[in-house]
Ligand binder design. Structure first.
Ligand SMILES: Cc1cc2nc3c(=O)[nH]c(=O)nc-3n(C[C@H](O)[C@H](O)[C@H](O)COP(=O)(O)OP(=O)(O)OC[C@H]3O[C@@H](n4cnc5c(N)ncnc54)[C@H](O)[C@@H]3O)c2cc1C
Length: 596
């Protein structure tokens, strides 16, 4: 009799009862975990992802999706899927400050690179622009693509504990449907289990800072507000009214989830007092106040309390166990960095795990994960908290610090007066609003991650800081920097530089005068087994420097070479073609892979 199997491979039943084996176990299916699983599967690494809930995130927490995250989605071939569910770049820009949505406007700031002069910086730095995709839409895309590409995804499955030895990690997992516990034996474990990470606690993750420094709540609701907002399209409408200076993330926030009929309110409370009794009635009251619509009957779809954190890990690895995402950086949503950075953590880690598992790099490569990502964690936690505090300058400009109720309303009203006090307030507002660029147009923070570690061969060329490192990003090919963006191609196709360097490869970029590097790369590939391709840019070659931008950005001579890691950071460069390119590249690769 023929065996009919629908052409599908059956999941293998473990040989040893109650012990499942895999190469990498990922705990968590949030932005960090789901993207780690996707990257591992893309690289052909066997992996299992477990998550304790029945499904992915149920509140649209993260939404601002910055250029680096979009570039990663482009690299993984899922950019179109993300864009299909996202609110486009042109609708994210007019961030509004007001006394309520229906009430008076205090001012606006063009955000996320939508101000024409800043838009140039953003467009020159990346083929992708910032968009808005709620976490509830993004996570299913990541999980689906990870699972399609090979991840074994297990919902309602809880991480309980782990032990590690020289050869691997044995994790105890609990199936929450049956209550049954079983073991998962893996070579590596990634704890992407969020701000209250159990994996992190179990490896004594070294942390600095404090948790729950302010009380906050999310309220989601449906109400068509088109008439009030579609002439000033934005994802963020900040509300300054009595109570908005208590706890929370700077002031009250009405955030678009879907234009313009689904919303999320973030509202603070005093963390030193008992938390409010968050009922539907309470939620409706907050919605009506922030919208300035006392008779509105909104459809409340959810509410929850959460704490604002200011904490980062100073190291993210213990042996075979790594933490990523909010597990290593916990901060308010200001600057929209949490999910973006979580995805970038995993992008940094997954290829290194693959390199070690596939045998072309030594385990010492893995030490570079903490060395590269812990400083990023510190930077973004510091920036996000500072941005939340800088709302204080807005309160000061309006003269509302310490005021409540009618007094606060009167103080806000005073900015209209033809008096010295009114004039002073108007001037102070200009300065306070300018400051908010550090939250909403912090291009340097968003893109300027520069690595120093054993996976980078520094040559002392780290570029001097820009005039303001938080606001402005400077592209460079100095080892440690991210591959600069330029458009290249031919008469038929146009590619971004990053398209030439896919995640599955290391890429050596050179010009026509550097074609001898091709043999050097071939030799390194043969000797080390490293997936290394060469890209020659120039006329008559597969890609040419369409706008002559790359020639101005590459910083090396045409005969030089730039070695790009799978995560698009530059590992090494040669300023020109040496006498013996094979030895130069071979020594560099050996050192980077821990084989020198
Ligand atoms: C209101 C708000 C707005 C935000 N806006 C933005 C924004 O605009 N842009 C941005 O980049 N970020 C934003 N963030 C931050 C963002 O939501 C987080 O940084 C992001 O979710 C972190 O991802 P993560 O995968 O590390 O953790 P999480 O998303 O918290 O995921 C943790 C995962 O671990 C699983 N888990 C936990 N414990 C266990 C266990 N014991 N066993 C098994 N599974 C477990 C959970 O089921 C979950 O899948 C915002 C946050 C809030 C609250």
């Amino acid at each position: 009799m023929p065996v009919f199997d629908d052409g599908q491979k059956e999941t293998e039943i473990p040989e040893t009862e109650d012990v499942v084996t895999t190469d990498v176990l990922v705990v968590g299916s949030g932005p960090a975990g789901a993207s780690a699983a996707l990257f591992l599967s893309e690289l052909g690494v066997d992996n299992i992802m477990i998550t304790k809930y029945r499904w992915t995130a149920n509140t649209p927490r993260a939404h601002i999706t910055n250029q680096r995250a979009m570039e990663i989605f482009r690299d993984l071939g899922i950019e179109e899927q993300v864009l299909a569910d996202a609110t486009p770049h042109e609708l994210v820009g007019d961030t509004v400050f007001c006394t309520s949505i229906a009430g008076e406007e205090i001012g606006r700031i063009r955000t996320w690179g939508t101000r024409p002069d800043r838009e140039a910086d953003y467009q020159l730095a990346s083929p992708c622009l910032t968009v808005d995709i709620p976490q509830t839409y993004l996570e299913p895309i990541l999980v689906r693509n990870a699972t399609e590409r090979g991840t074994q995804t297990r919902f309602s499955t809880e991480y309980v504990s782990h032990v590690q030895d020289e050869d691997g990690v044995t994790t105890t997992a609990r199936d929450r449907l049956t209550g049954h516990e079983y073991k998962i034996r893996s070579k590596f474990l990634i704890g992407a289990d969020g701000a209250r990470t159990q994996v992190g606690a179990d490896i004594d993750l070294p942390l600095e800072g404090a948790m729950d420094i302010a009380g906050s709540m999310n309220i989601t609701f449906k109400a068509d507000l088109s008439e009030l907002v579609d002439h000033r399209p934005s994802v963020l409408y900040w509300v300054i009214q009595p109570g908005s200076n208590v706890g929370g993330i700077g002031t009250g926030l009405v955030r678009m989830v879907r234009p313009w009929d689904e919303w999320l309110i973030v509202w603070g409370y005093d963390i030193n007092q008992p938390p409010p009794d968050l009922t539907e009635e309470y939620a409706v009251g907050v919605i009506r106040d922030l919208l300035g619509m006392p008779d509105l009957e909104p459809e409340v779809t959810g509410y929850s309390l959460w704490g604002v954190n200011e904490m980062y890990a100073t190291h993210a690895q213990k042996g075979r166990v790594f933490c990523a995402g909010d597990a290593i950086h916990r901060h308010p949503p200001s600057n929209g960095l949490g999910s973006n950075t979580s995805i970038q953590d995993s992008y940094n880690l997954a290829w290194k795990l693959a390199a070690v598992l596939q045998g072309y790099a030594e385990p010492s490569l893995l030490e570079s994960y903490s060395a590269e990502r812990a400083p990023v964690a510190k930077r973004i936690v510091t920036r996000a908290n500072q941005s939340a505090r800088e709302f204080g300058e807005l309160f000061e400009a309006l003269g509302v610090v310490g005021l409540e109720g009618e007094e606060m309303a009167r103080a806000i009203e005073e900015r209209k007066a033809n008096t010295p006090e009114g004039a002073a307030k108007r001037a102070a507002l200009v300065t306070a609003m300018e400051r908010k660029n550090y939250e909403f147009n912090a291009h340097g923070v968003e893109l300027g991650q520069f690595y120093e570690s054993n996976a980078i061969l520094a040559d002392g060329s780290r570029p001097a800081p820009t005039e303001d490192e938080d606001l402005y990003h400077r592209m460079s090919t100095s080892p440690g920097a991210h591959l600069p963006h330029a458009w290249v191609g031919d008469n038929v196709e146009k590619h971004a530089m990053l398209d030439l360097a896919p995640y599955t490869q290391w890429t050596l970029i050179t010009g026509i005068a550097g074609e001898a590097w091709e043999d050097a790369a071939e030799a390194a590939r043969t000797k080390f087994g490293i997936p290394l391709q060469t890209v020659v840019i120039g006329p008559g070659r597969p890609v040419t420097d369409l706008y002559f931008d790359w020639a101005k950005l590459r910083e090396v001579e045409e005969s030089g070479a730039i070695l790009v890691r799978p995560d698009k950071h530059i590992a090494w460069r040669a300023m020109s073609l040496p006498e013996d390119p094979g030895t130069a590249l071979g020594e560099a690769v050996a050192t980077l892979l821990g084989k020198a």
